[in-house]
Structure formats: structure tokens, C-alpha cells
Design a protein around this ligand. Structure first.
Ligand SMILES: C[S@@+](CC[C@H](N)C(=O)[O-])C[C@H]1O[C@@H](n2cnc3c(N)ncnc32)[C@H](O)[C@@H]1O
Length: 393
């Protein structure tokens, strides 16, 4: 096992085989020899050994769990589901077995079965926290928001330091709604989704980067401005850099800032940005006085409720006459409130409030247009496109 851990596979295999020569029915040696096969890329061989191990030790829940994982790796979802089912029978108190079974059922389209299994996970092991999120997400997708709120609240009570539990409990229950999303929540959300972000958003018909890039191009090329290129341009909340290729030709120097290091790594891979910084965008803009001719922010200020903080920071970072182009989400039905936190976890803003906040921060509004940003649960997401220009004082 020491050799195995150190990656000396031949030596480890010889060791396991020696044990099996002496004790041919040793389930532990079979288990580790199986894992070794997998680590060497032979997942089918590993599954055979795990099955032999489990024939000898059918109550070994960890081995059922490993077998499930091997079947997932071998793209055999039905076999994985049955292995996890056996795990729940062997160790009903282990939340992980119920969770894994629930995820398999969800991925196979058995949503009721998945929710039953995830509920069993939180009942049997209330501190197995992954199950709360998976269960609440399914409830939200089915539009059972108040049930999702209960699950998030329970999770937040049991794991109060978890930023996702806190944020989503507020979003779904409308209680203790913060003025903006906490940095830890944003970081955890986007570090976790960076890998699949571009593909996910493409599926949802995501338009925000094109909206801000086109809007910036239009104002720059207007007869009163007449320059296709600004000197310095900031992409605030640049994410994976989807705006980068659209903005590169609009600027001499293109800077990106984002809270999520994982998103920034992907933006770096595009090779469009002159500088990329992992930081909170308001703090970053405050630290770069008069540094930019224009700032764009696509689908990012939706993580702010009150807009005064980022607007004041943009005012500091922009040169007089500079442009601030951004998108927001808009509540499709009329509301008295200035902004609110939607059950999905992002903020919406009322048009009147946006207008008033932008003007009070020292900008003139050039464009305030209703736009569709993308889809969510098959419905268009109502948005606002704002083009504001810092007044010369
Ligand atoms: C929905 S993504 C949009 C990314 C990119 N603008 C695009 O259109 O593809 C929102 C991004 O904003 C970032 N973000 C949210 N709040 C932030 C903040 N306060 N400071 C810096 N980045 C933030 C997130 O980390 C995430 O990468």
C-alpha cells in the first residue's frame, strides 16, 4: 500500500499478489489490487476485482461506493446506481450512499426517486451537506421554491459558515436578504462552475457579452465620439473572458478583474487580456483612480443589490467622460422595491432605481434598454442594458 500511494505500481501489484497467494480470498488485497488496476487505466479489470471482493464481503459499504465510482468512470450509469443502492443497504446511516444514489437517479431522469434518496441522506446523516444543495436545487427546478427554502434554511442552520447555504436560504425565503452577494459565495459559485461555464451559458443562449461589446462599439463610433478604440478598458467581472475577443479590438490595453481565480485562469487561456487580477471589483476600481477610458460589466452587477458601491467605484476608476456599460436583470412584473434577490440567487433591479442610482453617481445615461440576457428554465431572462457616461465636472 505504501508503494501504491507513492505511484510504484509494479511493486504494489507484486505485494498485493503475494498476499493473495497466501490468502486467495483476502477481500482487502482484492480491493486494493482492483484500485491499482483503475489507477493504471484498466477500469474494467478493476470492476471485476471489486465484484470478487464484494462477493466475499457484501457488507463493505466503502467497496460498494468504490464500485459505483468505477462504473461511473466506465460510463455504466445503471450499474453505478445499483452499486450505490447496495451501499445504502449495507450502511443506511452513511449519507454518501444515499447522495450518490440520488445523483444517479437524477441523471437518469427519475426526479422523484432522486429526491427521496437525497431526503434519506439528510435524515440519516444530517451533516452530509452536499445532499441539501442537490435536493434544494431539484426542488427549485420544479418550482417548489418554499420547499427549497426549507432545505436551504436547514442546511444554513446546520452549517452556518457555508456562504452558499446562507445566500440561497435568503434568496428562496426572502429573509435576511443581504445588500449584495458575499464575496465567499461568488467565489465558491464560480470556482465551482468555471469548467462548465462557457458550455452551460452557450446552451442558455447567453447574450450579455455581445450586448455590452456592441453597445460600446456603437457609442465609440458615433459621430460625437468618433474613435473605434479606447486606450484602457476594464472588464469588471470578466469571468472566463467571453467578452475578451469582442473587446480586444476596441482597446489598446484590456484589463480583467474577477473574484474567482478559476474563472480568471480560463480568461488567461484566451490570451486576450493585458492584465488579469483576482479581486473584488469595487475595491479594485477604487484602487485604480482615473485608470480607465471605459468599463464594461456583463452579467456581473446582478450579484449586487444596491448599486451605489460599484457605481461610486467606477466613478473613481474612470477618466472624465469615460464610459460604463453594463447589464442587469429586470423584474418582469411591477414592484415597489428598488431591487430584490431572486430565488435563483441573483438580484433584479427596477428601472427607476437604476436611472436614479446611475445619475446620482455622476453619470449621464446614454442608453437604458430592455434586453433578453439568456434563458433560464426555458424562459427568457429579462434584462437591462445600461450605457452611462461619466459627466465632466
Ligand atoms: C455570470 S459571470 C459573467 C462573466 C463574464 N462577464 C461573462 O459575461 O461571461 C459573473 C462573474 O462576475 C464575478 N463577480 C461577481 N461579483 C463580483 C465582485 N463583487 N467582484 C469581482 N467579480 C465578481 C463572478 O466571479 C463571475 O465570474
Amino acid at each position: 500500500m505504501v508503494a501504491h500511494k507513492a505511484g510504484r505500481f509494479a511493486e504494489a501489484e507484486a505485494g498485493y499478489r503475494r498476499v493473495l497467494e497466501v490468502r486467495p480470498a483476502d477481500p482487502k488485497a482484492m480491493y486494493y489490487l482492483g484500485l491499482l488496476h483503475h489507477h493504471r487505466g484498466d477500469t474494467v479489470g478493476a470492476i471485476g476485482l471489486l465484484r470478487r471482493c464484494l462477493a466475499l464481503a457484501p457488507s463493505n459499504a466503502h467497496a460498494w461506493n468504490t464500485l459505483g465510482g468505477l462504473h461511473i468512470a466506465a460510463e455504466q450509469p445503471g450499474e453505478a446506481r445499483e452499486a450505490y443502492r447496495r451501499m445504502t443497504e449495507a450502511a443506511p446511516a452513511m449519507g454518501e450512499g444515499w447522495y450518490n444514489l440520488g445523483i444517479c437517479l437524477r441523471d437518469e431522469g427519475d426526479i422523484e426517486g432522486a429526491m427521496e434518496s437525497l431526503r434519506a441522506s439528510v435524515v440519516n446523516q444530517p451533516d452530509y451537506f452536499r445532499s441539501y444543495e442537490a435536493l434544494a436545487t431539484l426542488l427549485y427546478r420544479l418550482d417548489r421554491v418554499s420547499e427549497a427554502a426549507e432545505v436551504y434554511r436547514e442546511w444554513a442552520t446546520r452549517e452556518p459558515a457555508n456562504p452558499t447555504a446562507r445566500h440561497m436560504a435568503a434568496a428562496t425565503s426572502q429573509q435576511n436578504v443581504p445588500a449584495r452577494a458575499a464575496d465567499e459565495y461568488v467565489r465558491s459559485l464560480f470556482d465551482g462552475s468555471a469548467k462548465s461555464f462557457d458550455a452551460d451559458l452557450e446552451r442558455l443562449g447567453y447574450r450579455a457579452p455581445k450586448l455590452v461589446a456592441d453597445a460600446l462599439t456603437t457609442v465609440l463610433l458615433s459621430p460625437s465620439v468618433g474613435t473605434p478604440v479606447v486606450g484602457t478598458l476594464l472588464d469588471a467581472g470578466c469571468g472566463t473572458g467571453l467578452c475578451g475577443p469582442l473587446l480586444r479590438t476596441r482597446s489598446v490595453s484590456l484589463v480583467g478583474v474577477d473574484l474567482s481565480a478559476q474563472m480568471i485562469e480560463r480568461a488567461r487561456g484566451r490570451g486576450c487580456y493585458d492584465e488579469l487580477v483576482v479581486a473584488e471589483l469595487s475595491a479594485f476600481m477604487q484602487s485604480r483612480a482615473d485608470a480607465f477610458d471605459a468599463i464594461v460589466s456583463a452579467d456581473t452587477l446582478v450579484y449586487f443589490g444596491a448599486l451605489e458601491e460599484p457605481l461610486a467605484a467606477a466613478r473613481v476608476a474612470l477618466q472624465a467622460g469615460g464610459w460604463f456599460v453594463f447589464t442587469l436583470e429586470r423584474k418582469a412584473v411591477e414592484s415597489e422595491a428598488e431591487y430584490g434577490l431572486g430565488a435563483h440567487g441573483r438580484y433584479w433591479h427596477a428601472e427607476n432605481y437604476v436611472q436614479q442610482a446611475v445619475v446620482s453617481a455622476g453619470f449621464a445615461i446614454e442608453v437604458l434598454a430592455r434586453e433578453t440576457l439568456r434563458e433560464e428554465r426555458g424562459e427568457p431572462v429579462a434584462g437591462l442594458l445600461v450605457v452611462a457616461r461619466l459627466r465632466v465636472s
